[in-house]
Design a binder for this molecule. Structure first.
Ligand code: DMJ
Length: 624
């Protein structure tokens, strides 16, 4: 607005030149008033119109965005600066509204979804930095990470269940905090003497408890602890060691733990470490048959078998418990060798005659012949059967060979090993060259859960029967707990010499925080929703709290029949990986780690089902 138009009523009409000296005092005052009103108006506009900061930057700092819009935009022309200002303001308002909507949208998302988006963005950035083969700096193929459903759960509606679930989380916190305080970086914790403990199963690899606990921390949403564990893995987990390890133990705890941590969190460090470790295990398969050695020196790649194993044999439960992890290693590394190695194990087994359709625990990796004809669904045999069934489930039910091997083996077990005690307790005995030893191990108690998990896929006339068998085994294993003084189960219990479900030998009376009985309760709960399984699980929680909890963590017990506990001073890593995880899931809703999306490895590490492309049923899924 030209200043002259402001003057008519302030200046003397006849005056030709009106210099500042010629104004009267009142005129000067009015002029000052008008001028200051104008300045106030300008500042008001700057501060009170939307996004004053942007306007300020436009006015004082020549924001290039504003300049571009006002000078070269399609609407620029003679329409005047007022039109331009309005357009700028309109754009600023629009941007604001968009940002608000986005923020609102973000606030409504669950942490899982947000994490997923961040992961996707990261994967995109990583993909952009790939070389032309689509491999990253670690020579791993690009994987579009997508978190399977149910990685975390929600509070159960029923208050009692909610409280019990919270209690399990507190137990995990006590176990973890104690390990962190007294044994950080060691394989396990000695909770009574409050120091680290290392078993020779892992050679000089360290941190078994950290890797075994990762997924339990994640599913319990203990993210601060999970991050600390991740950081340790990133900086300290080292496989370049000159040490002999158990291939089986390292696979189920370390490879399995790293794989599930990857699938739950999407963090690349876990995929990288899992593949690195898997590659270190490959030399174990360098035998004439391809049946791997039990022990392997990670540096030299030289393998051997346990000196106590019949005729230098490999052990069924060890070489037969690599399948799930190795299929995922092939998927995540793009290297088919892992899958080929485990598929070859099946080939060797399928060529052999099986006594009464049973799989002996010992197999010589040089000759490809069975060692002693000992058969067990507990120690030395157990997870081989579990992995046949789970290989089929994890392949989205496309691995027909695994399925057939499982149901045939189960039939042979039922016929030859399963018996009923005189008071009606079903148990699974051990078979030694055709003779039965009427003993059932704590380890064997996992079979209740396995049989329940497989019942649905059994030939239709067998589903109900298999569910009954599973329930009977769960009951027998519960009896083995309730017949002790401390209400925790012995390592093995017998059905001979007038006893049922009771340990009779001193060296079978210990309890080392094992998970198998609780594992079976968890599966039985999921499939039947019979409240007794939660009650039985809760009994175990109370016993653990009363007899195993010590100031420095949780300890195993030397004799469950003694009236006061004698602690063995070891907090096993599987207590955090399995026992506490299965307890937590027992008191969670079914959509937490749902079975149609996840399969648990034998150390309770959840691995995703590798889904088939349903739009093209003839197309094999990624593991075939
Ligand atoms: C775990 O390491 C695994 O469950 C394995 O299959 C058997 N033994 C322990 C727990 O008891």
């Amino acid at each position: 607005m030209p200043v002259a138009t402001l003057l008519p009523f302030t200046a003397t009409p006849n005056r030709k030149s009106a210099g500042p000296t010629s104004f009267r005092l009142t005129e000067k005052f009015i002029l000052l008033l008008v001028f200051s009103a104008f300045i106030t108006l300008c500042f008001g506009a700057i501060f009170f119109l939307p996004d004053s900061s942007k306007l300020l930057s436009g006015v004082f700092f020549h924001s290039p965005a504003v300049e571009t819009n006002t000078r070269t935009g399609p609407d620029s022309g003679d329409s005047g600066s007022a039109g331009n200002d309005e357009r700028v303001l309109a754009k600023i308002r629009k941007d604001h509204e968009k940002a608000l909507l986005e923020a609102k949208d973000t606030l409504q998302k669950r942490p899982e979804e947000l994490n997923q988006e961040i992961m996707n963005d990261k994967a995109k950035v990583a993909k952009d930095s790939m070389d032309q083969d689509g491999k990253d700096a670690n020579n791993l193929p690009v994987v579009q990470y997508q978190r399977p459903p149910g990685a975390t759960g929600h509070e159960p509606l029923d208050p009692e269940t909610r409280d019990r679930r919270t209690k399990i989380k507190e137990m995990m916190k006590h176990a973890w905090d104690s390990y962190r305080r007294y044994a950080w970086g060691s394989n396990e914790l000695r909770p009574v003497s409050k120091q680290g403990h290392s078993s020779n199963l892992f050679g000089s690899i360290k941190g078994a408890t950290i890797v075994d606990a990762l997924d339990t921390l994640y599913i319990m949403e203990m993210f601060e602890e999970f991050d600390a564990a991740t950081d340790w893995v990133d900086k300290n987990l080292d496989f370049k060691v000159n040490a002999e390890v158990s291939v089986f133990e390292v696979n189920i705890r370390f490879v399995g733990g790293l794989l599930s941590a990857y699938y739950l969190s999407g963090k690349e460090v876990f995929r990288r470490k899992a593949v690195e470790l898997g590659e270190k295990l490959l030399p174990a398969f360098k035998t004439p048959t391809g049946i791997p050695w039990a022990l392997l020196n990670l540096k030299s790649g030289i393998g051997r078998n346990w000196p106590w194993a019949s005729g230098g044999s490999s052990i069924l439960a060890e070489y037969g418990t690599l399948h799930l992890e190795f299929m995922h290693l092939s998927k995540l590394s793009g290297n088919p060798e892992f899958a080929q190695k485990v598929m070859n194990i099946r080939k060797v087994l399928n060529r052999l005659d099986k006594p009464q359709g049973l799989y002996p625990n010992y197999l010589n990796p040089n000759s490809g012949q069975w060692g002693q004809h000992h058969v067990s669904v507990g120690g030395l045999g157990d997870s081989f059967y579990e992995y046949l069934l789970k290989a089929w489930l994890m392949s989205d039910k496309s691995d027909e060979e695994g399925k057939k091997m499982y149901y045939d083996a189960l039939q042979a077990i039922e016929t030859n090993l399963m018996r009923k005690s005189s008071s009606g307790l079903t148990y699974i005995a051990e078979w030694k060259g055709g003779l039965l030893e009427h003993k059932m191990g704590h380890l064997t108690c996992f079979a209740g859960g396995m049989i329940a998990l497989g019942a649905d896929g059994a030939p239709s006339d067998k589903t109900g029967h298999q569910m009954e068998l599973a329930a009977e085994i769960a009951r027998t294993c519960h009896e083995s707990y309730s017949r002790t003084a401390l209400k925790l189960g012995p390592e093995a219990f017998r059905f001979d010499g007038g006893v049922e479900a009771i340990a009779t030998r001193q060296n079978e009376k210990y309890f080392i925080l094992r998970p198998e009985v609780i594992e079976t309760y968890m599966y039985m709960w999921r499939f039947t929703h019979d409240p007794k399984y939660r009650e039985w699980g809760w009994e175990a929680v109370q016993a653990l709290e009363q007899h195993c909890k010590v100031e420095g963590g949780y300890s195993g017990i030397r004799d469950v029949y003694a009236s006061t506990p004698n602690h063995d001073d070891v907090q096993q890593s599987f207590y955090l990986a399995e026992t506490l995880k299965y307890l937590y899931l027992l008191f969670s809703d079914d959509d937490h780690l749902p079975f149609d999306h996840w399969v648990f490895n034998t150390e309770a590490h959840p691995l995703p089902v590798i889904k088939k492309d349903r739009t093209d049923p003839d197309r094999p899924n990624e593991v075939e």
